[in-house]
Design a protein around this ligand. Structure first.
Ligand code: F0G
Length: 458
């Protein structure tokens, strides 16, 4: 018999969870103004809000915490992290930051100015926020296949080369500071970008004199998919694939809270020393001195160790299989989910789940609230609330896809939890025809509104 798949770790420390009753959840979600970000964590049973900073660190990472060097300048932890990043990515220069958006803030302060155009594959919301905050424009060049949730395509995170070239032809290179390749592409469903696409985007960018920046929050999951799905990579190690991916870029930002399995942290990697020096000034202003940025020494140590663990094949297989396990349970029940499954999350297609709810009443948010009410499972809306208003017209933007993202924290939940989540959603699916109305906005912030938006029943 072929030996079955099993987790590549075992559990040494646990954290209690409490199940709640529906009547309690009805009260709590109302008090939270129907915004799942406003719930207390004790009010949630299985928390799939995000896979960011929610993973379980290993015994080795905790051991590294004890060895942290808290010197203000030149700590051994900084050099340990620098060496790990250099070996893994090939980037000679790096700046630590407290998380991914801080890395964006520092890098974009150096590179992005008003009226600039920044093409990429469905920029993440903080990335887009940092671009638009500088009065520049993010242009989505993702392949059209990404927007059909049922279409089987191995690399739905790919950039459409024709769309990209159109941008390059329409604006002078001086107005295009970079093209951003997000690996994996979170916004389009945790979908990977192929090595071939990365190579071609990089070659085209070079021809037009534009820099390539990777948004690398889930770079290791991207490498796993390249190994599994792209011709010529089956026999390469994850780390060899990672090295090659980054070889096509000029810089990278990373939210280390994902694939590096730490609770807080980030960094920027640079090939070019001048760019690194320019960014260093902003790092000192916004984050901290260049050898710690927003991180303590112990956090840099845990991050260095996490980068190594996060790029181990067995760990990645465990991780991706668990996400696919949940995806399979939902798909087998006939529930419309993004397919192929994303690396870090399952995305439920809310428009097809709740066709009667009008888009003006926030379909994905409506579904996310229903799933919470059903089982105390917290997902997150990736839809019109997140898409925010057009910065010029201030009109609501209604994206093609309205999804509820169920992001799976790394090494945190068991497959029994996945069964529980699936059962909760299947119960909502069975009464979907009764759900006809959604929500209206009562209060919202001018930018990144989804975090604090207040809603009421429409
Ligand atoms: N880029 C991508 C692709 C991300 O997914 C995130 C965060 C960031 C940048 C920003 O990093 O949170 O460390 O400041 N994504 C989280 C999520 C929040 O839930 O998907 P950060």
């Amino acid at each position: 018999m072929e030996l079955p798949f099993a987790e590549s770790y075992r559990i040494k420390m646990v954290e209690p969870l409490r199940r709640s009753h529906r009547s309690e959840r009805e009260q709590w979600i109302k008090e939270a103004r129907y915004n799942l970000f406003n719930l207390r964590s004790e009010q949630v049973f299985v928390d799939l809000l995000t896979d960011s900073g929610t993973g379980a660190m290993s015994d080795r990472q905790w051991s590294e915490m004890m060895l942290g060097d808290e010197s203000y300048a030149g700590s051994s932890s900084y050099y340990k992290l620098k060496e790990t990043i250099r070996e893994l990515t090939g980037f000679e220069f790096f700046l630590p930051t407290h998380q991914g958006r801080a890395a964006e803030n520092v890098l974009f302060s150096t590179m992005v100015k008003s009226d600039d155009i920044v093409p990429g594959n469905s920029h993440f919301d903080t990335t887009k926020g940092h671009i638009e905050f500088r009065k520049a424009t993010a242009v989505d060049c993702t392949i059209n296949e990404a927007f059909d949730t049922t279409l089987d395509h191995p690399f739905k995170g790919n950039i459409d080369l024709e769309k990209l070239e159109k941008v390059f032809k329409s604006y002078p290179a001086t107005q295009i500071p970079m093209v951003i390749i997000t690996i994996t592409c979170n916004t389009s469903g945790g979908q990977p970008v192929s090595m071939d696409n990365i190579r071609q985007v990089s070659a085209m960018a070079k021809r037009y004199g534009v820099k390539v920046v990777f948004d690398s929050a889930r770079f290791a999951e991207n490498a796993y998919y390249i190994k599994k799905r792209e011709k010529g990579y089956a026999d390469k190690s994850i780390r060899e694939i990672v090295r090659e991916m980054f070889s096509y870029g000029d810089a990278m930002t990373m939210s280390s809270k994902k694939d590096a399995i730490v609770n807080m942290g980030g960094f920027i990697g640079f090939r070019d020393e001048d760019l690194f020096r320019e960014a260093s000034t902003y790092n000192i202003m916004f984050e901290g001195f260049v050898t710690y940025g927003g991180m303590s020494g112990r956090d840099m140590n845990a991050l260095a160790q996490g980068l190594l663990e996060g790029t181990e094949f067995d760990y990645l297989e465990t991780r991706i299989n668990q996400v696919a396990y949940l995806g399979g349970l939902l798909r087998n029940a006939g529930i419309p989910v993004q397919y192929p499954f994303g690396g870090h999350a399952i995305f439920v297609d809310a428009k097809r789940f709740l066709p009667a709810v009008p888009k003006e009443q926030f379909v994905a948010q409506t579904l996310a609230v229903e799933i919470y009410l059903e089982g105390g499972v917290r997902g997150v809306e990736i839809g019109a609330i997140l898409a925010d208003r057009d910065p010029m017209t201030r009109e609501n933007r209604y994206p093609e896809l309205e999804m509820v993202r169920l992001a799976i924290p790394r090494r945190t939940y068991t497959n029994n939890h996945m069964e529980y989540v699936a059962a909760s959603i299947i119960n909502v699916w069975e009464r979907r025809h009764e759900i006809k109305t959604g929500y209206q906005i009562v209060r919202e912030a001018p930018i990144l509104r989804h975090f604090t938006v207040e809603l009421d029943r429409a």
